[in-house]
Design a protein around this ligand. Sequence first.
Ligand code: TYD
Length: 153
Amino acid sequence: MEKTLVILKPCTIQRGLIGEIISRFEKKGLILCGMKMTWLTDDLLSEHYAHLREKSFFQRVKDAMAVCPVIVCCWKGVDAVQVVRTLAGATNGRNAAPGTIRGDYSMSVQENIVHASDSLETAEIELKRFFNEDELFDYKMNYFPSLYANDEF
Ligand code: TYD
């Protein structure tokens, strides 16, 4: 089963949408393995957004992520990386499909509610970046047979 990283961005905290967004993932059937509030440093954000370092908006994006603390979460499920990306929707909230998180809650490219890992490889790197090993939990969920057929996981 895959694990993936989601960050509730400062815009989400400022707009009072924490519960709404967490409940999207929870209701889908993803399993929460870890969650914490943390204030991201510029150094950590430079590492996290290294793929954007040549872009004109690099510093702007980092600054927006450090306006206030964020909430980082780890969600687990079959194909969790792709499932979470699909739930998040297109990067630009104005283009994101209705029903997706960004489509329902965002009018912006930058202020787009969540970060979600874009591949299994990235998810593994990002989870290590934001969580210590003892902050992630594997535990039994009794409703598993209601989520999946027994040959799906
Ligand atoms: P990116 O990794 O391309 O998108 P995603 O978050 O969907 O994986 O970009 C990271 C963040 O950078 C994105 O969530 C918002 C911000 N961003 C901008 O502000 N302007 C832009 O033109 C792009 C591409 C991203």
